[in-house]
Design a protein around this ligand. Structure first.
Ligand code: HEC
Ligand code: HEC
Length: 214
């Protein structure tokens, strides 16, 4: 009987604690918002299945917050990519991240950023040019590694995760960065300027490859 009582007491305590946990945390709020407003394009966890739509899972909360804030203020222009041509199942033919970010309150951007930082970034599986990727690895280790840490896989310096990103998306960002249409930190600009077109191609092949520098 006594064991029975202890058992019921345990169940009761467990139900209390799950009740306590059911109070929405910032992460839960972020998850809900993300599912409502973002997942049709960026998938449930931020690992996109469309080459034109970036993987944003695992990005540091500070960087996501900063980028969404730039979209909201208009400092960062959305490319309004038509996604009807790519292998997407999304029925929207056009997207505009500026409009999407403007619809969010600051505390909602915070919650989404927190949720995304907790998601695991998965590499998009893509074919790559081995020879160029090896060349790209050397350029990365020389010029980009100190912010895009651990061969571009780590967000610890609040810089974007580059490894495993979609090639189409990377190409579009290399283009807007080269044309000065996207903000980049001063120290990145100094190094980015040194890159030839061939270097940029090699870097992209490295970022989409699973090649390790070790
Ligand atoms: C209709 C499709 C669509 C929806 C919905 C959408 N996005 Fe995007 N998102 C894109 C595309 C396409 C890009 C890349 C082009 C661009 O910069 O505008 C992008 C870019 C981004 C980036 C920039 C990544 C980087 O490294 O610069 C972030 C962050 C982002 N989206 C977050 C969100 C969040 C958060 C939501 C929901 C509130 C959302 N997106 C809803 C399609 C979408
Ligand atoms: C001083 C640190 C720093 C250095 C060095 C640096 N980056 Fe960056 N990089 C960043 C930050 C921070 C961002 C995010 C910028 C923003 O707020 O939009 C970024 C963004 C990017 C993006 C956009 C990624 C995306 O998902 O949209 C690319 C591509 C990129 N960097 C490539 C490079 C390359 C190539 C090099 C070396 C030649 C390099 N970076 C060197 C800090 C750095």
């Amino acid at each position: 009987m006594r064991t029975n009582l202890i058992f019921h007491l345990l169940i009761f305590m467990l139900s209390l604690s799950t009740k306590a946990f059911s109070i929405d945390t910032t992460e839960d709020i972020g998850k809900k918002l993300f599912q409502e407003k973002c997942s049709e394009c960026h998938q449930q966890d931020g690992n996109s299945e469309d080459p034109e739509i970036p993987n944003i899972a695992g990005t540091s909360a500070i960087l996501t917050f900063d980028i969404l804030d730039q979209f909201k203020s208009g400092d960062k222009k959305s490319k309004s990519i038509k996604i009807e041509d790519s292998a997407t199942t999304v029925d929207k033919t056009e997207t505009n991240m500026n409009e999407i970010a403007k619809s969010l309150k600051t505390n909602e951007i915070e919650a989404i950023s927190f949720f995304l930082a907790k998601q695991k970034s998965k590499s998009a599986s893509q074919t790559f040019d081995q020879e160029l990727a090896i060349k790209g690895k050397d350029i990365h280790m020389d010029l980009c590694e100190n912010c895009h840490v651990d061969e571009g896989t780590n967000n610890i310096e609040d810089a974007s995760i580059l490894r495993g990103q979609w090639k189409n998306y990377l190409q579009s960002q290399f283009k807007v960065l080269s044309e000065g249409e996207r903000y980049m930190p001063r120290r990145m600009k100094k190094r980015f300027r040194k890159l030839s077109d061939e270097d940029k191609k090699a870097l992209i092949e490295f970022y989409i490859s699973p090649i390790s520098a070790n």
